[in-house]
Unconditional design. Sequence first.
Length: 476
Amino acid sequence: MTIVTKTPWENGEPAAGAVNAPSVLNDITTISTKMASDIVDVAGFLDVVGEQADKQTSEMSGLRQRVDDIVDANRAVQDSIAIVTDASENNLTALNESIEVFHSSSESSKQMANWVQSVENRIGAVVETLKNVERLNEEISSIARQVNILAINAKIEAVRAGTHGRGFAVVAEAINDLSRNTGEAAEAVSEGVESLAKNFSELREEASGIQGVAAKVISEVSQTNDKMADMENQLQSTVSTTVSMRQHADRISTAVESFGPVFDTIAGYADETGKGVLKSRDRIHALVDDSETVVRQSILGGGASEDKRFIDYVTETAAAIGREFEQAVSHGQISEVELFDYTYTPIPNTDPQQVLARFTRFTDGVLPRLQEPALQLDPRVVFCAAVDVNGYLPTHNMKFSHPQGADPVWNMANSRNRRVFDDRVGLKAGQSTESFLMQVYRRDMGGGNFVMMKDLSAPIHVNGRHWGGLRLAYKI
């Protein structure tokens, strides 16, 4: 029996059931491009989730620390309240003892003041008695003077009577002596009474002054009693308040300390979630790399792609830049050492930070006429700029090369030259040595909005050395 085999293509026509290889490549290119876009979108979402997870983990750690701080602070408050409570109770006890002593002293002061008042009254009575004695003594002196006058008259009459009046003269003389002695005694008594009355008057005045002081003391003692009673009430209220505060602080401490294990558990979950997101993100990034490789290989294999003209443009322009650099080196415009010197000097007072390399001035003079035409290639093109192997972009398109102002946000969007873009896309574009590299990424437009972008890059070689790459970014 003869077996006849047929090839998929026979006589220039596809055999039945044959696979159309170009069509398959086209489908692979289209599908892989779409898949790369979807994977990047997922990767971008995971990046956001990862950042949020990291932020949550950090915030949970911060919250846990704050809980510990609150616990420590509450313990300090408890200790302070305990000290205040003990001090208040001790002060209350001391105040009560002082009040007892003061009450005893005030009673003694009152008794003394009352005694001083009674002494003043008694002295007054004595003074009045002495005044009466003085008046009586004056009457005695007056009688003695009258008796003396009568005695003198009697003596005169006795002389006139002669012999018969001698006995009467003796009596008159005796009466005269008695009245004189009585007058002298009355005068002495009057002087003594007057001196005694003066002393008692002075004593009475002093007693009256002391009585005023004693009355003031009694008044002040009464006021002090009232104030000390107020102090006792206030201190008692303070003790009650501090005891209540201590009870509340104890309850707060119990409640806050119970937060700790809860926060630890939540933080553990957040940490595990963050680690899981990081692992997923790393795997997605690996898928992104694989999808970019699939797209590149399918295009290189002949698959049709709407990106073909962009690929051709970026590879041709990158080669042209390499030739320009080589001619500049050969003509002495810049040395190869300077061109490959990746030392960056920060530009002062720039935000975001801008830097200068030894080749920046050179690229400012060479790159604009090679990069600017790309902006007219297609309306979707956003920028076209060369970066070195570290993602440093010395010379950007003119619309992104404005001098920096005072607003960092404005600078971020409008002063993008002389900056290092060392993110995943920027570094891969500068470090890739493949004939071209197509990357898909999400461009942050602010406010949580993202636009899907394609970043085509081709390597720039100078005298066989890889300097960096030319990036061409456009919207999908």
